[in-house]
Design a protein around this ligand. Structure first.
Ligand code: GLC
Length: 789
């Protein structure tokens, strides 16, 4: 049986079993409040920062058993012997007669039938309130009167989430949960910023309420589940006559906010109500919950949430002859970028709340967001650079709570700023960002161009024997931390990226009329290009790095890690070598790194720990940075192939990376078919072919950048949009919409002769233009026709 498909109209992702190969999740959010939910209702919620403002519990075993979550239990009070079930099919063991989960843009809806009851649980996050809503609906499809007991279950985490997994009993001492005017309030008496000595009560409280007030409330997990049991067989459901001993207030227990109702349904009758779960400053939860728990208000909120997400993801929308390509790019690729832009790399079912948004990742998220939501990209860039220090270094993380930050020990951080800023200017034409002021993490403020300058100068001064930037404890590759601890090791990739950043920054300096700065940066870039081509090129590849001791990493002579992907593809992206060399690099990639699952990030992987390279060799061979098919780097690779107009290779890479196709072809892939994952494990271990770390990977930004700008070929540039597709030859026509400078462009491409690139004619609103570059449009909607030939 096919366990998933996309719906025709809304491109919802429909799942037909609760038991997918891994929990397949959705992120529901308004940008501040986050609710992760799987197809079963498993998942957790938090506000702003998952480490400090957790609302419901995230378990370490979530990936395995998808618990806990927002579980709705159902029991037939007249026939308790038939057992209870959950709308989402688990944790109760009872098999459902029918099950569908629809993950949509900004909502998830689970529908199921069991024992003559059709039920559904819709979920969304309010756009204007820090709360989530569960819409519960029950229909009696049997021919007898039914008396049902319904329990909507959640487990409180409340505040800091770092202690719960290691000392749950201790953490529970600080919980205080009570019911006030039909609202459950969850408070935490101890809270602190990570690393701080100060202990004080959490300044927020969680709330739970319903539009149809509950008849009974369970606040203590032990009372509900019972001893020596689990969520699949809670004592409370095996014995319907049980009542909570403390239904109004509990202290110091592992706390719940589980509401219970009794419902009578005539045959054919339906009952529907909503549950609201949210967060508010201490003392405000009851009023907030009571004003929210209003059916009309929540219906309006649902409409607003779904329509605004629909509007947002439709800013880029495609129709092509390729089914899997189209499915991914009708909303899902944009949706992943939008979700990722709020969270960077955690939390997910893979990563707990180990931190706040990353500086490097965040800037790539902003880079990816520039087409879809330029204003928010701008705000992101300005927020992120405030985590840079006056000496040019930058923090690894950019927390949303007032944590003290330190300069990162990775050497690449500040170089990502110009990438995001230049792309923003290309997409918007708004050069004011370049001179906009932003604070430093250690006081004072400066223009963005100065922030960029300080980062560049820092790298230019921090160089080694060959004049390349020092790698210290890693560059883009976090796991290459064993090369440069003594302050001598150099990174070739970083040399390339520095040259690229210098050129990007020179463009920005010119726009800011800082000509001499621009000239200086171009010269610095040229001398790096010289160094790279003289000292870092070896026959058919760019090497990866020089160790502190001067030995070369990523050269043919190395038994392991003899070819790395990044230095090959960045030679192309940054145009750092003669064309012929660039082609050789990509041929090497194809020959040495290609696999049925995609392009590996290095080969051969390190077979055991090698102190010469560090953490990377702690991963088993083929896992993560140690030679997996690392999607983020593979997206760089796609950009490079497209830049070289190697359309066949590019198409093959895209298809291998496309999660829709991966899921169809390789059941072992296991993670979500509708969003990119971080990596696929290589053939060396038992994990071969498995996808890992869903959703929060910068792959989405780079893939969409590659697809829009270089494959479909509507490339934002400073003085206009370049039309230059590079597509599979079998596409005879396709069309798509994209935003550019506030206008919606509807672009139709005809390819009558089955070419892969080359533009013969461009018509703008029916009128032919010279060449393939259109000036920034003045109309809100523009029709563009491109004919290849
Ligand atoms: C992860 C990190 C990213 C890093 C990459 C390679 O994706 O989030 O910052 O560049 O791994 O190490």
């Amino acid at each position: 049986m096919k366990i998933w498909h996309f719906s025709e109209k809304q491109n919802e992702f429909l799942i037909h079993t609760p038991f997918t190969p891994r929990p397949w999740i959705n992120y529901l959010t308004n940008g501040d409040y986050f609710a992760l939910t799987s197809q079963t209702g498993g998942g957790f919620s938090f506000f702003l920062d998952p480490l400090h403002h957790a609302l419901t519990r995230r378990e370490q075993d979530l990936l395995l058993n998808d618990r806990p979550g927002r579980f709705v239990f159902i029991q037939d009070l007249e026939k308790p012997e038939i057992g209870h079930w959950n709308i989402g099919g688990t944790p109760s063991l009872k098999k459902l007669d029918r099950f569908t989960c629809a993950h949509g843009f900004g909502y998830t809806r689970i529908e199921s039938s069991c024992c003559g009851i059709d039920s559904s649980q819709g979920m969304f996050v309010c756009p204007d309130e820090n709360a989530e809503v569960w819409i519960l609906s029950f229909t009696n499809s049997s021919d007898r009167l039914r008396k049902l007991r319904i329990v909507a279950y959640l487990e409180w985490m409340l505040g800091n989430s770092i202690v719960d997994p290691v000392a749950r009993r201790f953490d529970s001492f600080f919980k205080h949960v009570f019911v006030d005017r039909a609202v459950v309030i969850g408070r935490k008496l101890k809270w602190g910023l990570r690393g701080s000595r100060e202990n004080k009560p959490w300044q927020f409280e969680g709330f739970v309420a319903a539009t149809h007030p509950a008849e009974q409330i369970w606040l203590d997990k032990q009372e509900f589940i019972g001893l020596y049991r689990d969520l699949a067989r809670p004592l409370a459901l095996e014995d319907p006559s049980r009542h909570p001993e403390h239904p109004c207030e509990v202290w110091a227990v592992d706390a719940l906010g589980a509401q219970e109702w009794t419902v009578e349904l005539e045959p054919g009758q339906n009952r529907e109500w909503q549950v609201v779960v949210g967060i508010a400053p201490v003392g405000e939860g009851v009023d907030r919950a009571r004003s929210l728990a209003d059916t009309q208000r929540l219906e309006a909120s649902e409409k607003e949430a779904t329509s605004s997400w629909k509007r947002r993801v439709r800013r880029f929308w495609v129709h092509t002859p390729d089914f899997e390509f189209t499915r991914l790019h009708q909303g899902w690729s944009s949706y992943q970028i939008l979700i990722k832009s709020y969270l960077s790399s955690a939390p997910s079912y893979y990563h707990a709340s180990d931190g706040s948004p990353g500086f490097r990742d965040g800037l790539q998220d902003a880079f990816g967001l520039t087409m879809l939501e330029p204003q928010r990209a701008r705000e992101m860039i300005l927020r992120l650079v405030s985590f840079q220090f006056r000496d040019g270094a930058a923090s690894h993380r950019a927390p949303r709570v007032p944590l003290t930050v330190e300069p990162s020990e990775k050497s690449d951080m500040p170089l990502w700023i110009s990438l995001a800023v230049l792309q923003y200017v290309r997409e918007t034409g708004d050069t004011s960002l370049i001179t906009e002021k932003a604070p430093f993490a250690d006081g004072e403020e400066a223009s963005l161009l100065d922030h960029i300058r300080l980062g560049l100068e820092r790298s230019l001064h921090d160089t080694g024997r060959h004049g390349l930037p020092l790698i210290r404890y890693g560059d883009w590759n976090d796991a290459l931390d064993g090369l440069g601890g003594e302050g001598q090791g150099e990174s070739v990739f970083l040399g390339q990226f520095l040259a690229y950043s210098l050129r990007n920054a020179a463009v920005l300096a010119e726009l800011a009329e800082e000509r001499s700065l621009a000239e200086r940066w171009k010269k610095e870039a040229d001398s790096l290009v010289q160094i790279l081509n003289t000292h870092c090129w070896e026959e058919d590849r760019f090497v990866r790095a020089f160790h502190d001791d001067g030995t070369v990493i990523g050269c043919a002579e190395n038994r392991e890690g003899s070819v790395y992907l990044n230095p090959q593809v960045w030679a192309v992206i940054a145009d750092l070598a003669p064309r012929e060399r660039q082609e050789i690099c990509m041929d090497t990639v194809e020959r040495e790194l290609d696999t049925p699952f995609g392009i590996r990030c290095l080969s051969p992987p390190y077979s055991s720990y090698d102190p010469h390279v560090g953490l990377i060799s702690c991963f088993p061979p083929g896992v993560k940075e140690n030679g997996a098919v690392f999607s983020h780097a593979m997206a760089f690779c796609l950009v490079a192939e497209l830049m070289l107009k190697r359309a066949d290779q590019a198409w093959e890479i895209f298809c291998k990376a496309n999660p829709v196709l991966r899921s169809r072809q390789y059941p072992e892939y296991a993670v979500e078919p509708y969003v990119y994952s971080q990596f696929v494990a290589g053939p060396e271990t038992n994990l071969h072919g498995q996808g890992f770390h869903h959703w929060l990977t910068s792959t989405c930004s780079w893939m969409q950048y590659a697809v829009v700008n270089w494959m479909l070929g509507a490339r934002a540039d400073l003085d206009g949009l370049i039309l230059d597709p590079c597509i599979p030859q079998h596409w005879k026509s396709f069309n798509f919409t994209r935003l550019y400078r506030g206008s919606t462009l509807a672009i139709e491409v005809k390819n009558p002769n089955g070419l892969s690139h080359g533009v013969k004619e461009v018509l703008v609103d029916g009128k032919p233009i010279m060449g393939n570059r259109i000036p920034p449009p003045s109309n809100k909607e523009v029709q563009i026709k491109v004919i290849l030939g």
